[in-house]
Ligand binder design. Structure first.
Ligand code: SF4
Length: 384
């Protein structure tokens, strides 16, 4: 593991706080930028010019945007800004995974992680400061919840990662995929997430195809329907159990939207997407809790007829979780049962665990408004 020093200047949280009255262009999608320029008496095509400067060329100083008139550059400096988050910590794991702790203008911190693999580079992005959903095996949930991220705060994670990785000057350090699987439940921050995804997919910004952007949900059913009506992209569902009793315990939002409703929403989502769509189901394997053959058989029954990619994730322990990692034998037995039933199944390799960047380990540093973290002075199962 090593620390990395950024080579370009990033504004401090104090400076960010001072600029809150200006429109942060980083958070405007193409339609938003077009509306911004029209409202300020300019032409709509300025939007694509400015998007390219910001997202593709990484320019945050209006004076460098030399295809805009001097007058427009000065005006933009008066009424708007391009403000990124501050990098508080920058760590690289021995396996090449890179994690950033990013400071928000209000002093909270979130995390983003870059995971390099053979044929891709995946950036895991946060959508909220903490998470209100309180999944029992999740380090983020344990931290409590503070607020939603703005569109600019979500897209800043992509901007910073893209440009900090570029500084490494290595061919395999490019973002090819984005997964909204960091801190937070993306669908509870719907409008900002949708705007951010639009910027990720815009050819004048990051140009990611719809198959390379995944939004994850723990199962907020009405928002899944809304997402299916709004965007054509990949959906991942954090499943973790194939029956309501166990899922109520592991993923408490299941009490509001039980499995029958969740599966119906998955089917509706698939129907709205193109014919090659499938849903990724995330399943964290917890020793003795949800990793037995009967649990695998429950999944086969539950997911029948839904085009599925099953992502099995060996639990990444964190202090006080009360859970332990499934044995290798249990993981391969579970995977084999699904595979033999014809389900596309992948066992996710643990990445970046020496820098606490593995799945379910993102914690940031947040001021908890839910006061949930106070419940976890003792390990969970010691208390219940
Ligand atoms: S698993 Fe996802 S939805 Fe559940 S608490 Fe963690 S961040 Fe929130």
């Amino acid at each position: 593991m090593s620390e990395v020093q950024p080579q370009f200047e990033i504004k401090s949280a104090g400076q960010l706080r001072a600029d809150v009255t200006l429109t942060n262009l980083l958070g405007l999608d193409r339609a938003g930028l077009e509306a911004f320029f029209i409202a300020n008496g300019d032409k709509k095509f300025r939007a694509t010019q400015v998007m390219k400067w910001i997202h593709q060329l990484g320019v945050t100083d209006f004076q460098q945007m030399n295809n805009l008139s001097k007058e427009l550059r000065n005006k933009l400096s008066e009424i708007s800004c391009i403000q990124n988050l501050q990098v508080a910590e920058d760590q690289i794991s021995t396996d090449g995974t890179r994690k950033w702790l990013l400071e928000l203008p209000d002093g909270n911190h979130i995390e983003a992680v870059f995971i390099p693999e053979n044929d891709r580079g995946t950036l895991c992005v946060s959508s909220q400061v903490g998470c209100a959903l309180d999944c029992s095996f999740c380090s983020t949930g344990r931290q409590g919840f503070n607020r939603n991220l703005t569109t600019a705060e979500i897209i800043s994670q992509v901007w910073l990662a893209a440009h900090l990785l570029e500084e490494e000057k290595k061919p395999d350090r490019k973002i090819t995929n984005v997964v909204m699987m960091g801190m937070g439940e993306p669908l509870l921050n719907f409008d900002n997430v949708v705007r951010a995804v639009r910027i990720m997919m815009d050819d004048f910004a990051y140009g990611l195809s719809k198959r390379r952007v995944t939004v994850s949900t723990a199962g907020v059913v009405p928002a899944m329907d809304r997402l299916g009506d709004t965007l054509d992209m990949r959906l991942a569902v954090s499943l973790h159990a194939g029956n309501d009793e166990l899922r109520n315990e592991l993923v408490p939002v299941n009490k509001k939207y039980p499995l029958e409703e969740l599966m119906a929403a998955c089917r509706r989502f698939i129907d709205k997407q193109n014919s090659r769509s499938r849903i990724t189901f995330e399943y964290v394997l917890l020793d003795g809790v949800n990793d037995k053959p009967e649990h695998a058989r429950e999944l086969i029954k539950l997911l029948k007829g839904i085009p599925t990619l099953m992502n099995l994730i060996p639990f990444n322990p964190f202090e006080g979780s009360g859970y332990t990692t499934s044995s290798k034998q249990a993981v391969s037995r579970f995977s084999e049962i699904l595979h033999n039933a014809g389900m596309t199944t992948v066992v996710r390799k643990t990445r970046g665990d020496d820098i606490d960047a593995a799945c379910g380990q993102l914690a940031g540093k947040i001021e908890d408004k839910s006061r949930r973290h106070r419940r976890f002075v003792e390990p969970r199962f010691g208390m219940e």
